[in-house]
Every structure is written in C-alpha cells, then in structure tokens.
Write a protein that binds this ligand. Structure first.
Ligand code: FAD
Ligand code: PHB
Length: 394
C-alpha cells in the first residue's frame, strides 16, 4: 500500500472538484484530485453551456478568464417562445447589467485541467475502487487503486465532488442524511450540430408537441434539445426525425427557425430534482451534483457547483489561516439556501415549459396564461431575469 498525506482530498474531477483544487491552490492549500474516468472522457462529455454572471466573474478573478473572454458568447437577453411567437426578455436591462455567457462545460474543464497542470498540482485520472474511510475521525482517508497498485491518502478534509452517482454521499450514515427528490415524466434529447446559430440568444419554446430549446456553443455550432420520453431510444430518432421535430416546435411566425447541419452528437438526459441535507458530515463536505441535482431547464447545475466550491474554499482558507471553523460550520446551511432557490426556479421553468402525459386541455391553457403573463409583466420578467443570471456568489 502506498501512503500519502494532503490537506484536502478531492474526489471527482468535474467542474466542482477541479475548481475547488484551483481555488485551494491559489490560497496555498495542498490538495489531491482523484477521478475514476479518463481525462478525455471528462473533457469530451457534452453537458452544460450557460455560465451565470457570478461564475464568469469568479473565472476572471481567479485567472481563468483569458479564453472565456475571447471565445465565450455573452448574452444580455433570452427568448421565450409559445403560440408561434418569440418574446425577448432583456435580462441586462432588468438586472442592472447582468447577463449570462455561453461557454461549454468542456471548455471550463479544459481550462481548469490546464491550470492544474501548469501549477504542477496532483490530479489523477483513471483511479479504481475508490472509497472514503475513517470519516468518523480527525483524519479521514481515501483508498483506491491506480495502475493496479493500492493507495491510501490521509486528509484533513475530504471534498465529495463526485457527482450524483459518486461514493461520498452514500458514505454518510444513512440516518443522518435527509433527501428530497422528484423525477419528471420526460427527458431531453440533445444534439450538437455543425450549423451557425440562427439566433444570437437562446430560445426556450413551449409547443403543443412539447418543449424545445435552441442554444449554441460557438459561431459555428448549434446545441438543441427536445422534450422526449424518459425511456426514449436514440435509435428511434434518425436525423431527419430530429430536424423535423425541432423545426415544428421551434419555428415562429416571424419566419425564424434553427439552421440545420451535420449532427455530431446525440444523447438523452433524464430530468431530476434532488437535494441531500446536510451537505457535510464531520470532515467530509459534499459539493455540486454530489449534493443536489436540478433539471437543466434553469441552466443552474454547473453554476451551483461553482458556488459551492467557492464557499468551501473560503471556509477552508479561513480555517487554515486562523483555526476558525465558523465558515465551515455555515457551509451547509448557506449552500442549501442557494440550492433551494435554484430548485424552485428550475422546477418552475420546467413545469411552465414542458407538457406532461397527465395534462388535460386546462393544463395547457393555464401554462399559456403563465407564459402570457411572464412576457407582458415587467415584474414577472424581472423575476425570471434575476434568477436566470444568478445571485452574486456568497
Ligand atoms: P460532475 O460533472 O458529475 O463531476 C463529478 C465527477 O466525479 C465526474 O467526473 C465523475 O466521473 C467523478 N466520479 C464519480 N464517481 C467517482 C468515484 N467513485 N471516484 C472518482 N471519481 C468519481 N448546468 C448549468 O449550470 N447550465 C447548463 O446549461 C446545464 N446544462 C446541462 C445540460 C445537460 C444535458 C446536462 C446533463 C447537465 C447540464 N447542467 C447544466 C448540469 C451540469 O452539467 C452539472 O451540474 C455539473 O456537471 C456538476 O458538476 P460536478 O463537478 O458537481 O459533477
Ligand atoms: C446548453 O446550451 O446546453 C443549455 C442551455 C440552457 C439550458 C440547458 C442547457 O437551460
């Protein structure tokens, strides 16, 4: 058994784990990041695309803004479409100049891996059989195999940044964790297409046939989603069927429609709301999807993960500087407040914009009335805009 020691052992090299490692390094705190997938897999996984203003500000503050500022697409507004018309919500005008930036999660992860490598700090991909042990005591440990050899890392703290299916949350004694969950009777079929985006801003659309979302990754790549059944088989969706359905659900009477192009990636994403509380057990802290999942309609998941690790790194820095545990003790409660706000918003966007098999004509009309109100009331648009651009980081 090879034995090592670190201040903070980080499980998972998604955005939460990598960003935490970066923030700790800047504070002079030692960490080791362990990831069970390969580096290529972690970079190529197609996921989030929308960064809140606070996430962009943090990336700039911590020296990760160069490529983001060059390649990210800053949006001041967003469209909501229904009944054949698009309505623009001017987020910047309604929030004192705040907006969102389209910059793929892959790009964020690439920038973070480059920073970690440049700092010569430890980041290990492809570890197997990872477990956390001794979490009752003052020196929790992470054990795992790497290249067929067993390792053990003794830590002051462990950060569980290992996503919804990770091992950290389930290591906490079951009776001490309260979980809240809702599954949705639909999923999203997402594609990436080699096609220049036909709109400068995102379009969230409710159609009688279901939800569709127009997004993008770059001036040459469009990202599109369709509401589908949770058990949808991708094999049942040849490219022509996808384009025909997107065209039906997204085209508006002003002649706007998405540009078509070669489909380079397809996948089905389930929708779930989930919260585990507390986000801490002794010296084990949960962050990001390990602690909470939101349906993607609010574009909050990655941003919540970043908000968690920003708070956690500040709390750990205060602990190492002065021995104070105040911020560590507040980590969970402060995070849960932000999480529930994001849950509320993501649930609201999801239920307003999706149709469900249990709907009757009343439900469809009520949803249209909700949307009519949204796009005709400055107060309602401000409420959406405030939540969409996100609250400043704590
Ligand atoms: P993850 O990215 O899941 O990272 C966890 C890491 O831990 C993974 O790399 C995993 O391999 C690793 N791991 C797991 N188990 C172990 C183990 N036992 N040992 C070692 N490593 C382990 N969010 C937004 O904010 N905006 C959006 O626009 C948006 N769109 C989305 C669209 C889609 C289609 C999807 C699926 C998600 C979207 N999200 C969005 C959500 C966002 O992608 C996630 O919230 C984000 O990835 C969370 O980051 P994380 O680091 O907490 O978890
Ligand atoms: C994306 O571009 O992938 C995206 C955008 C907005 C969302 C979800 C996903 O709400």
């Amino acid at each position: 058994m090879k034995r090592f020691r670190t201040q903070v052992g980080i499980v998972g090299a998604g955005p939460a784990g990598l960003m935490l490692g970066h923030l700790l390094h800047r504070q002079g705190i030692d960490s080791i990041i362990l990831e069970n997938r390969s580096q290529d897999y972690v970079i190529e996984r197609v996921r989030a695309g929308v960064l809140e203003q606070g996430t962009v500000d943090l990336m700039n503050d911590v020296g990760l803004g160069t490529r983001l500022n060059r390649e990210g697409l800053r949006h001041d507004g967003v469209y909501i479409a229904f009944a054949g018309a698009r309505h623009r919500i001017d987020m910047a005008a309604l929030t004192g100049g705040r907006g969102i930036t389209v910059y793929g999660q892959n790009e964020v992860v690439k920038d973070l891996i480059a920073a970690r490598t440049a700092a010569n700090a430890q980041l290990h991909f492809g570890v197997t059989d990872l477990r956390v042990t001794d979490i009752e005591g003052p020196e929790p440990r992470i054990v795992f195999n790497r290249n067929g050899e067993p390792y053990e890392i003794a830590c002051d703290f462990i950060a569980g940044c290992d996503g919804f299916h990770g091992v950290c949350r389930t290591s906490i004694p079951h009776e001490l964790l309260r979980t809240y969950e809702r599954e949705y009777p639909f999923a999203w079929l997402g594609i990436l297409a080699d096609a220049p985006p036909s709109s400068d801003e995102l379009v969230y659309s409710l159609h009688e046939r279901g939800f569709a979302l127009f997004s993008m990754r770059s001036p040459t790549v469009t990202r599109l989603y369709l509401q589908c059944a949770p058990d949808e088989q991708i094999a049942d969706w040849p490219d022509e069927r996808i384009w025909s359905e997107l065209e039906t659900r997204l085209s508006t009477s002003d002649g706007w429609r998405p540009n078509q192009g070669r489909i380079v990636q397809k996948g089905v994403t389930p929708m779930r709301s989930f919260v585990a509380e507390p986000m801490r057990y002794r010296r084990l802290f949960l962050a990001g999807d390990a602690a909470h999942i939101v349906p993607p309609t609010g574009a909050k998941g990655l941003n919540l993960a970043v908000a968690d690790v920003c708070r956690l790194s500040n709390a750990l820095a205060a602990y190492y500087k002065s021995g104070s545990e105040t911020l560590l003790d507040q980590y969970s409660d402060t995070g849960l407040r932000r999480t529930w706000r994001a849950q509320r918003f993501s649930w609201w966007m999801t239920s307003m914009l999706h149709k469900s098999d249990s709907d009757n004509p009343f439900d469809h009309q009520r949803r249209l009335a909700d949307l009519e109100y949204l796009v005709s009331s400055r107060a309602a648009m401000t409420s959406l805009a405030e939540s969409y651009v996100g609250a400043p980081l704590d």
